[in-house]
Ligand binder design. Sequence first.
Ligand SMILES: [Zn+2]
Length: 778
Amino acid sequence: MRSNKLKVQGVVKRDGLTDNYDKTKIYNAISKANQSMDESERISDEQIAELTDSIDNEIAKIDFPTILIEDVQDIVEKKMLEHGYRKMTAKYINYRDERTIIRRYSSPFMKKYKEKLDAKKVKGQNANVDEYSFGGRKGEANNFSLKELALYDLMSEKARNAHLNNEIYIHDLDSYYLGLHNCLSIPFDKLLAHGFYTRQVDIRPAASIATAFQLLAVIFQIQSLQQFGGCSATHLDWTMVPYVRKSFFKHYVDGIKYINRRSEKYIASFASSYKNWSQNISIDDKRIYKSKKARLYAIDLTKRELKQSVEGMYHNLNSLQSRAGNQLPFTSINYGTCTSIEGRMVTDALLDGLLAGVGKLHKTSIFPCGIFQFSKDINGYPGTPNYDLFKKAIKCTVYRLYPNYVNFDWSGNAGFDINDPRTYMSTMGCRTANGFDINGFGQLKDGRGNICPTTIILPTIAMEAKEALKDGEDLVESFMKLLEKTIETAKDNLIERFDHICSQSPKSADFMWINGTMEGYIPEEGIRSALRHGTLAIGQLGLAECLQILIGVDHTNSRGMELAERIEKLYKDKCAEYKKEYKLNFGVYYTPAENLCHTALIKFRDKYGVIPNVSDREYFTNSMHIPVWHKISPFKKILLESKLTGYSSAGCITYVEVGDSATFNEKAIEQLVHYAMERDIPYFAINVANDTCNNCGYTGVIKEGHTCPKCGSGDISRLRRVTGYLTPDYNTTENKGKICETKDRRDHSDTINDLYSALDDLKHTREFYDSLEAENTK
Ligand SMILES: [Zn+2]
């Protein structure tokens, strides 16, 4: 063997690290291949040495200090063949292939992928996904690879870095690469009236209330597969009026046939005269429905049919699992403002169904999220036409946490059309709402939704501003500048994602585009024509913690509130500016951060350590909420948050916690709803304790560690609200951050009974609110 002066000194391995070049390694590799052959086919040690030298000489010709391992192996293969060692070459190639496969399946990527497939390290990231199920395992593994693709193969470096650096959070990364959009308010009026197409069959228009409610569940189901977030019905009581009438008509015809025993000729003539427009005839119209007996009979049967249909809907939406992870679709229904006899019947039945619960133990139904559209003139106060329904809604809230309350009179929905319920204020259960559309739909809610959200992690921005602060600079001012820059980054990411979503083929979501569930679609112009009516949401997490970093107090303090308003105003102004500039609906979003509240905190703590009142808990506070652990009255919580809710157009929610003392106090709960609505809160929910014994079905307050007061069982499900939706048992289905947050939630109602006794009746409410406000603005 000759000694030589190699130009190549290092070999770059597959992991990117470099080893010293050493030809004995080549010699050893060839010996190994030689050993694996039949004895009769092996070559001698001398031949191996000779072969090694010829390879070494070849490598010496390379005019570069390093060589890739793959290139070395190619040269080995080539030289083996040149020496006529065909069988050995075949062995060597096999060996290389085998190693490649082994490497592929032991890569860090595959290890993580398999972790998901095997349901190891389940974290409860989404209360609605069963990560242990076959569907959940498959889905989680796919999601992992889709997220990697989105981050490293698709998005811009700027967006990726901001995301990885915990400055912004790009939501639902697993849906990013495919180009799905977030959520949708489904135009049910249209789909039920005209029928719709699915891939396999076309569905006729609904001809009765029973069919209408069946189809409602089917539509929710299919639409939820075309997107990643929730679906809603924006005015379900109005939507169902024609089908109540159609059912009533059928029952009335039976009535005149079997009770009045009218002649066949009369019945046939009656039926043919009115059948095709029965959906337009009020069931109260005595000029057409002349027989009192038949009318009473038909009302009775229609009510029964309606009751069963609603019951069917609750069971369907709590049991039909779709999407990977055996998820139930996130569904929400808004109702409460229709004052016609039929619309009132629908709202009444929806509330009764909610109150009745589902299953053997009559448990609270998790889906759909019920949302009562509170209106001061239609249902909110004594003397309004649907006040009785509002009272019933309050009763439901007390026992079932649902309905939540959306504010029909909210100032942010100004310009809606009182004659068009599709423009009434409504929301997704989680809080996402459709604001004013700059592209021509105004306040229309149906057929629109959030396209995608990006959230700014406010505590990170505050810390970055703090760490970069130079002598003489003001922290708050530096932060405001950095925040403006980050809002810009979030906007850029949203536009980038929006363009990607718009570039998808309509074939990816046939149901949506063929049936026009998203409004405004012009096929010649592509799906952008419809998507441009949706929202691009710029969200936020941890306002309270951010304020603590900047000025040492949160917004329960007036200084904190002043800065909080300044921050929200910046958000609002920037979104308004972008909306004009890009002709897209940018909106301020008070993000529901279910998983993010914990994961963002962990990343933050890894970087900045434990900071009191900032990172000393397991979660960041949701959006601009008052931290859950503050001991303040529910009225004060509403008052404080109402100072900020007006800045949001893409959705927000205010909650109060009501513990044992007020849980069954309907009047107190009614007061809270009134106060929230008076304060112009757009969307309001009350968290009552809801613990159910899995043995006997007892529902009420069963303290942690206590057994069922009725049967003594210790098998208790603790239903809680996470984001706007409910979760069946927070101890088993929530993530660590949310479990800790739920345990930290302070009961705001300790003072509620005192407050209530100070209010003799609703007449005095106004004065009371004013005095509260005066006290708080001192
Ligand atoms: Zn029990």
